[in-house]
Design a protein around this ligand. Structure first.
Ligand SMILES: CC(=O)SCCNC(=O)CCNC(=O)[C@H](O)C(C)(C)COP(=O)(O)OP(=O)(O)OC[C@H]1O[C@@H](n2cnc3c(N)ncnc32)[C@H](O)[C@@H]1OP(=O)(O)O
Ligand SMILES: O=C([O-])CC(=O)C(=O)O
Length: 375
């Protein structure tokens, strides 16, 4: 059954806030990155091909890809001053705050040129270093060890898994990471990307734009929903418990994280892909509860509210099956979405106009100033 389209108001819903040649979302073109169908990309490409496509504008040739991957590998190295900051940040900090601070710190240590002539190199640097930032901080505080950023893995997903678990990941898990990173890489004028574009529109540097975007992604109405979804799923030990629990939450008018979307009306096209990967990894690790629990939540949400899972919902269990701590789910989103944010920064700079809308004033008028002694 189709969900009934209800006109959304407020929050700039439905407002076309600019032009872009990077991605189509809910515009009748399907979900495409630079004209390529997301399903083709998720099935056939590696994340590095897709991040090249987004940040440089075209799919790479084999030799372009090899060079790009080498650059990404070199970009993993952590400057000593950044290591000091990561060691100093508290163990109980939110990992998204670590990502945000790591990005901002790198901007102090390796600033972008005022004329942006090195923007391409800065983008590659950020894409390469984000997993190192998170996992250096993680291992230092959890295991008292400093990680070596050298690795046998030549992809961002493989490197992340190898450094997290300290062992070679399986090909299946590496493929799951590619798919997930591809699906998360870009989504037009979502809240965090829009913020990155606003940053670029003031002619600020790329670190400022991406630091701001990370802060915006952290919220549970946006990227933080994948962590919130896992917390929800983990509340239940069986399908029976989940059924009772979700009905109870709906009765109490609770928001169920990982469901609904600002633009999509009856389904998020990315869900079908990530759901299949969640099912595959559940089989791989022999977990027979989490996937059926997720499916019953999906069914109840549709039956009762006509709400569908967005990308965050089954991404949560997909990551969980790979032994990734829940608090690192949104940082993985950062590792991927940096490609999209960066593409938008470059596009905004290419045809810039300061983004500065108006507000409608609804406050009081004509008030007489009252001296401080008389207030
Ligand atoms: C990768 C991503 O960032 S995808 C988005 C991730 N975020 C989430 O999963 C958070 C949960 N979802 C939501 O909060 C919303 O669906 C959003 C923020 C994604 C979209 O919000 P909006 O476009 O503003 O829709 P809005 O919040 O007005 O929802 C419309 C109605 O559906 C309800 N609704 C929407 N999502 C949910 C949900 N997940 N659980 C319960 N009810 C919901 C709202 O309460 C509202 O009901 P009402 O009309 O009776 O007040
Ligand atoms: O488009 C949105 O509003 C949120 C989203 O799905 C994304 O950023 O991937």
């Amino acid at each position: 059954m189709e969900a009934k389209e209800k006109k959304k108001t407020g929050g700039l819903a439905g407002v076309v806030a600019g032009r872009s040649a990077i991605c189509t979302v809910g515009t009748g073109h399907g979900l495409n990155y630079r004209g390529y169908d997301i399903y083709d990309l998720a099935k056939n490409a590696t994340f590095e091909e897709v991040s090249y496509l987004l940040t440089k504008g075209a799919l790479p040739t084999q030799s372009e890809l090899e060079i790009y991957k080498k650059e990404l590998i070199q970009a993993r190295a952590l400057p000593d001053a950044l290591k000091v900051v990561l060691r100093t940040l508290p163990k109980n900090a939110h990992p998204m705050d670590i990502m945000r601070t790591g990005c901002s710190t790198l901007g102090c240590l390796e600033p972008e040129a005022d004329n942006f002539s090195d923007q391409g190199a800065k983008i590659t640097r950020l894409m390469g270093i984000f997993p190192s930032i998170l996992l250096y901080w993680h291992h230092y505080h959890v295991n008292g060890k400093e990680i070596d950023t050298n690795s046998s893995q030549d992809t961002i997903g493989g490197y992340f898994l190898e450094k997290l678990h300290n062992k070679q990941p399986s090909e299946l898990w590496i493929k799951a990471m590619h798919v997930s990173l591809i699906l998360y890489a870009e989504h037009e004028f979502n809240a965090s990307t829009f913020v990155a574009r606003i940053g670029a529109s003031t002619l600020s540097d790329i670190y400022s734009a991406i630091t701001a975007a990370i802060g915006v992604l952290r919220g549970p109405l946006h990227g933080g929903a994948n962590e919130a979804a896992m917390e929800l799923i983990s509340e239940y030990k069986s399908v029976h418990e989940a059924t009772r629990g979700i009905y109870e939450k709906l009765e109490n008018k609770a928001k169920i994280m990982g469901f609904g979307h600002r633009v999509y009306v009856s389904n998020d096209p990315r869900n079908i892909v990530i759901k299949e990967w969640s099912r595959k990894l559940a089989d791989d690790v022999g977990n027979s509860t989490i996937f059926p629990i997720s499916e019953i939540i999906e069914k109840i949400m549709w039956d009762e509210k006509k709400l569908f899972p967005n990308l965050d919902f089954y991404s949560a269990s997909t990551y969980h099956f790979m032994g990734i701590p829940t608090a690192y789910f949104t940082p993985i989103f950062v590792m991927s979405r940096t490609a999209g944010w960066a593409a938008h920064v470059v596009e905004q700079r290419g045809d810039n106009k300061l983004i500065r809308p108006n507000s409608e004033y609804i406050g009081p008028e004509n008030r007489a100033y009252v001296d401080i002694k008389n207030r």
